[in-house]
Ligand binder design. Structure first.
Ligand code: ZN
Length: 144
């Protein structure tokens, strides 16, 4: 699919790549720790995967969620699979904080505030640590 952005590009900074999917971190200073899990093959809907593929994808998504919870200590983690703009199967895993620019709305809503610079800097450094933990652990999630 030449026209598909996620067939042509990684979709963020690559953290880990397995046989079927990859994990990237989104480089958005407003949302430190924002990760995506992207299915390699061009499929549009979860229902196009067989049961074992769905299971594998959810293991990776939830593995990322757990590491975000443990390292970034967010108020909430948002999981989202939209694909309206890029209809190539991918999941967003987004740590959310009460002082993030969009809280309590979705990150695709209008900006309400700026996070204090010192707090944002600290979260950005935690996001580097998060990426290292994910890359160390991801292989273990897909071993059945
Ligand atoms: Zn695609």
């Amino acid at each position: 699919m030449d026209s598909c952005k996620l067939c042509r590009e990684e979709g963020g900074s690559l953290i880990w790549s397995g046989v079927d999917c990859r994990i990237v971190q989104v480089n958005d200073p407003n949302l430190p720790g924002f990760c995506r899990v992207i299915w390699h093959q061009h499929v549009t809907e979860m229902s196009e995967l067989d049961l074992s593929q769905r299971d594998l994808l959810m293991k990776v998504v939830i593995g990322v969620e757990e590491i975000i919870a443990n390292t970034m200590k967010p108020a909430k983690i948002n999981l989202a699979s939209l694909g309206n703009q890029v209809p190539h199967l991918h999941w967003h895993i987004i740590p959310r904080y009460e002082d993030d620019p969009y809280f309590p709305d979705s990150i695709w809503s209008g900006k309400r505030r700026d996070t204090a610079e010192s707090v944002a800097r600290e979260r950005l450094s935690m996001a580097d640590w998060l990426a290292a933990r994910i890359s160390e652990q991801a292989d273990s999630w897909i071993v059945s």
